[in-house]
Design a protein around this ligand. Structure first.
Ligand code: HEM
Length: 528
C-alpha cells in the first residue's frame, strides 16, 4: 500500500532490483534501439522500445481545471472527543470525532487556484486546503481554502469567475483588468478582494497558513437533530504572510518554495500541525444577523459564534510518488460521513456535483480505486466495470452471481436505519432563480479593512492601486465605489493610490521617449 511506504533519500538505495518490462520480462538493453545495423532504420518488433515510448506519451493526466499547482502530505487527525467543553456527541454522531485521543489517518493537498501545474507558488491567490480523512465509517473530505470566505455565493457564477481570473484567452497572459472587470460587477467579492490584495493574499508557506471549510455544513446527532457548522484549521507554526516585494524576491529564485518548505520540514522531522476549530450555529434563518448563515462571502463573528477546539492534525509523511499520491488525489465536498450533512449553501450544493464529475474525466471512472482515494473502511458496492476496473474477484463467502440490490437470495444489503435517524429538513417554497436576502456585500469588508494592522492596510492600498491603475476607468470607478461603501477611507485611499500610480506610469512613458533611453512600455503600462 503506497501510503505505508517509507521514503528514502536520493543515493540511499536499499536494494537494486532487475529492471523489467511491465509484462515482467527482464530488460537486457535499455540503451539502444533495435536497428538494421548499428546505424540503420528501427524495427517495429522492438516491443520494449514501443511500450516504453507509448507509455511515456501517456504519462500525464489533465491538470486540475482549478488548483492545478499543489503539493501534499500524509498524517493523522486526533480528536479531542469534545467541542469546547461539551461532548461532541451532543452535536454529531460522526465517529471520527468520538473517543478522545483516537487517531484517523489522513492526507492533505495544498494548492494555489488560478495558475497552471508548475506556476509560481508566490502568486497572489487563495490557497486550497483540502483534507481527506480515511475514517472508520468511510472517507470524509474537507475541501477548503486559507481565507475563510469566497468571492461569490452562487455556484452559477463559478465558471465565469474562473475564466476572468485565468489568463486572457487570446494572449494567454495574465491581465488584472479581466479579473477586476468581473469583480466590479460582483459586489459580494469586495470582502474576499480585501483579504486577497492584503498580505493575507500571499501566505509565506503552506505550513504557516490557516485553513477553513468556508462553506456551511451540518452536524447531525444521534437523535437526527442538526446544527450548522463551519470548520477552521489554525497552524501551530503561527501565521506568516508575504509582502509583494518579499514574494517577488522569492519568485526570482524559486517557483516552488512552498512545496520545498513542506517537503523539507517533514523530511527533517519538523512535523507541521494544525488545530481544528468549529463554529456552531442553530439551524435556521437567523433574522437577528445582517447576513445569511449560508452566505460563504461572510465570516461568522467570533464573539457570537466562538471557535471551539475539536482536534488536531499532524503531517508526518511525505509522498513517495507525487503523481500517484498527490496528483491523482481526488477530493470532493460530497464526501461526508454519517453525522454530517450538506447545508443549503448554494456554493456547496454546486460544488458537490462538480468535483466527482471532473475527477471521472481527469483521473477516470474508477478514480476511487486508486490507493490514495480508496477508503480504508470496507467497500461493498455494485458500481463496477469501466476502464481500469482493478477489482479483485469477490471473496469466498460472497455471492458472485448477485450484482444488484435488492435481492431475496443474496448480495449486499442496505444498512439499517434503526439506530441512525436521518436529518430531515422540510421545505415549503416556490421554485425560483433568485438571489438570497441580506446580501450585505460591504459590511464585513469594512470591518476586515479596519481590523488590519497599519502595514497590512498600506500593502492593500498599494497592491490594489497598482493592479487597478492599468484597468479601464469604468472598472476603476466601480471598484472605488465598492471600497468606499465598505469604508470611506478605504475608497479614498485606493482612489488616491490609482491616481498616483497613473501619474508614475505617464512619467515613465515620457521618460521613455527621451532620446537615448530605450525602456519599453507595454500597453498595460509595465516597463519591459
Ligand atoms: C478544486 C470546482 C468552489 C476549494 C476544484 C476542482 C473543481 C472545482 C472542478 C478540481 C478538482 C479536481 O480536479 O480534482 C469548484 C466549483 C466551485 C468551487 C464548481 C463553486 C461552485 C470552491 C471553494 C473552495 C474550493 C468555495 C474553497 C472553500 C477547492 C480546492 C480544490 C478545488 C481546495 C483543490 C482540491 C485538490 O487539492 O485536489 N474545485 N470549486 N472550491 N477547489 Fe473548488
Amino acid at each position: 500500500m503506497l501510503t505505508e511506504n517509507q521514503g528514502t533519500s536520493i543515493g540511499q538505495d536499499v536494494r537494486r532490483d532487475t529492471l523489467t518490462t511491465r509484462q515482467g520480462h527482464p530488460v537486457m538493453d535499455n540503451q539502444n534501439l533495435k536497428t538494421v545495423g548499428n546505424r540503420g532504420p528501427a524495427t517495429l518488433e522492438n516491443y520494449h522500445f514501443i511500450e516504453k515510448i507509448s507509455h511515456f506519451d501517456r504519462e500525464e493526466v489533465p491538470e486540475r481545471v482549478v488548483h492545478a499547482r499543489g503539493s501534499g502530505a500524509f498524517g493523522y487527525f486526533e480528536t479531542y472527543g469534545k467541542v469546547g467543553n461539551e461532548p461532541v456527541e451532543k452535536y454529531t454522531r460522526a465517529k471520527v470525532f468520538s473517543g478522545a485521543g483516537k487517531r484517523t489517518p489522513l492526507m492533505v493537498r495544498f494548492s494555489t487556484v488560478a495558475g497552471a501545474k508548475d506556476s509560481p507558488e508566490t502568486a497572489r491567490d487563495p490557497r486550497g486546503f483540502a483534507v481527506k480523512m480515511y475514517t472508520e465509517e468511510g472517507n470524509w473530505d474537507l475541501v477548503g481554502n486559507n481565507l475563510k470566505i469566497f468571492f461569490i455565493r452562487d455556484a452559477m457564477k463559478f465558471p465565469d469567475m474562473i475564466h476572468a481570473f485565468k489568463a486572457d484567452p487570446a494572449s494567454n497572459t495574465p491581465n488584472p483588468q479581466r479579473m477586476f472587470d468581473f469583480v466590479s460587477r460582483t459586489p459580494e467579492a469586495t470582502h474576499m478582494i480585501t483579504f486577497l490584495f492584503s498580505p493575507w493574499g500571499i501566505p509565506a508557506t503552506y505550513r504557516h497558513m490557516q485553513g477553513s471549510g468556508v462553506n456551511t455544513y451540518k452536524w447531525v446527532n444521534d437523535k437526527g437533530d442538526a446544527v450548522l457548522v463551519k470548520y477552521h484549521w489554525e497552524p501551530k507554526q503561527g501565521i506568516r504572510n508575504l509582502t509583494q516585494e518579499e514574494a517577488a524576491s522569492i519568485q526570482a529564485k524559486n517557483v516552488g518554495h512552498a512545496t520545498q518548505d513542506l517537503y523539507e520540514a517533514i523530511e527533517r522531522g519538523d512535523y507541521p500541525e494544525w488545530e481544528l476549530y468549529v463554529q456552531i450555529m442553530e439551524d435556521g434563518y437567523h433574522p437577528e444577523l445582517d447576513f445569511d448563515p449560508l452566505d460563504d462571502t461572510k465570516l461568522w463573528p467570533e464573539d457570537r459564534f466562538p471557535w471551539l477546539p475539536a482536534g488536531r492534525m499532524v503531517l508526518d509523511r511525505n509522498p513517495v510518488d507525487f503523481h500517484a499520491e498527490i496528483e491523482q488525489a481526488a477530493f470532493g465536498t460530497g464526501v461526508l460521513v454519517d453525522g454530517m450533512d450538506f447545508s443549503d449553501d448554494k456554493m456547496l450544493q454546486g460544488r458537490t456535483f462538480s468535483y466527482s464529475d471532473t475527477q471521472r474525466y481527469r483521473v477516470g471512472a474508477n478514480y476511487l480505486k486508486l490507493p490514495v482515494n480508496a477508503p480504508k473502511a470496507p467497500v461493498h458496492t455494485n458500481q463496477h466495470r469501466g476502464q481500469m476496473d482493478i477489482r479483485e474477484p469477490k471473496e469466498s463467502g460472497e455471492n458472485p452471481h448477485i450484482n444488484y440490490e435488492p435481492s431475496l437470495i443474496g448480495g449486499y444489503q442496505e444498512a439499517s436505519r434503526e439506530h441512525r435517524p436521518p436529518h430531515q429538513p422540510a421545505y415549503q417554497a416556490t421554485v425560483m432563480s433568485a438571489p438570497i436576502d441580506r446580501p450585505n456585500p460591504y459590511g464585513q469588508a469594512g470591518v476586515t479593512y479596519r481590523k488590519f494592522e497599519d502595514w497590512e492596510r498600506e500593502e492593500l492600498i498599494i497592491n490594489l492601486s497598482e493592479a487597478l491603475a492599468v484597468c479601464d476607468s469604468r472598472i476603476q470607478d466601480a471598484m472605488i465605489g465598492h471600497f468606499t461603501q465598505a469604508d470611506e477611507e478605504y475608497g479614498r485611499r485606493v482612489k488616491e493610490g490609482i491616481e498616483k500610480k497613473k501619474k508614475e506610469i505617464e512619467q515613465a512613458k515620457t521618460e521613455a521617449k527621451v532620446p537615448g533611453r530605450e525602456a519599453g512600455i507595454s500597453k498595460y503600462g509595465e516597463g519591459s
